[in-house]
Design a protein around this ligand. Structure first.
Ligand code: 5CA
Length: 164
């Protein structure tokens, strides 16, 4: 099932995401969902895709700065293992205020891009298992189709396993 798209203008946060995608030459367009998709499970149900194909954009704080972990919805981040693989200090989940400050977006709609400043980013290796992945586009009502390779290009990130 394809998500509903309406002609209404995008929210400013989603417009920033759409502009960043266009600037990076990424063809997937921002789509609006009929229902909100604040979690990977809701997004997968709305899109009719596997939960693993949802890329959650999770913000952590590490070594005093916000970082982004684009994580397949099929598992949780093993923060200790990821910090070791990434060569960083401990990863602590950002507070809602830290998420807003780092991304300009609200929890439930955080996107891989469209932020005030680029964040150091890891792209979950598990996302490579899916020919098409979906990520939030700045609000809980918007998503865009992409691939692990595009997410890497978009963020200038690093591919690592993030699960247990
Ligand atoms: N729209 C879907 C994917 S298309 C989405 O945004 N999923 S998500 O997983 O990236 O967003 C929900 C995430 O927000 C949770 O996994 C969690 O990491 C984070 N979150 C939820 N509540 C809080 C909170 N109180 N503080 C910090 N982070 C939170």
């Amino acid at each position: 099932m394809e998500p509903v798209t309406t002609a209404a203008p995008l929210h400013a946060s989603s417009a920033k995401v759409a502009a960043a995608l266009a600037a990076a030459g990424i063809p997937g367009e921002v789509r609006r969902l009929a229902d909100s998709a604040r979690t990977a499970a809701e997004a997968a149900a709305a899109l009719g895709c596997e939960i693993g194909a949802i890329a959650n954009s999770l913000v952590f704080v590490s070594d005093g700065e916000p970082v982004l972990v684009l994580t397949s919805g099929r598992h949780r981040v093993d923060t200790a293992a990821l910090a070791a693989r990434w060569g960083r200090g401990p990863l602590r989940r950002a507070t809602p205020e830290q998420v807003r400050e780092a991304t300009g977006q609200v929890i439930g709609g955080v996107a891989p891009t469209g932020h005030p400043r680029p964040l150091p980013t890891v792209v979950d290796q598990a996302l490579s298992d899916y020919p098409r992945v979906w990520a939030a586009a700045g609000t809980p009502h918007t998503v865009f189709p992409t691939t692990a390779e595009e997410l890497l290009r978009l963020t200038g990130g690093t591919v690592l396993p993030v699960g247990p």
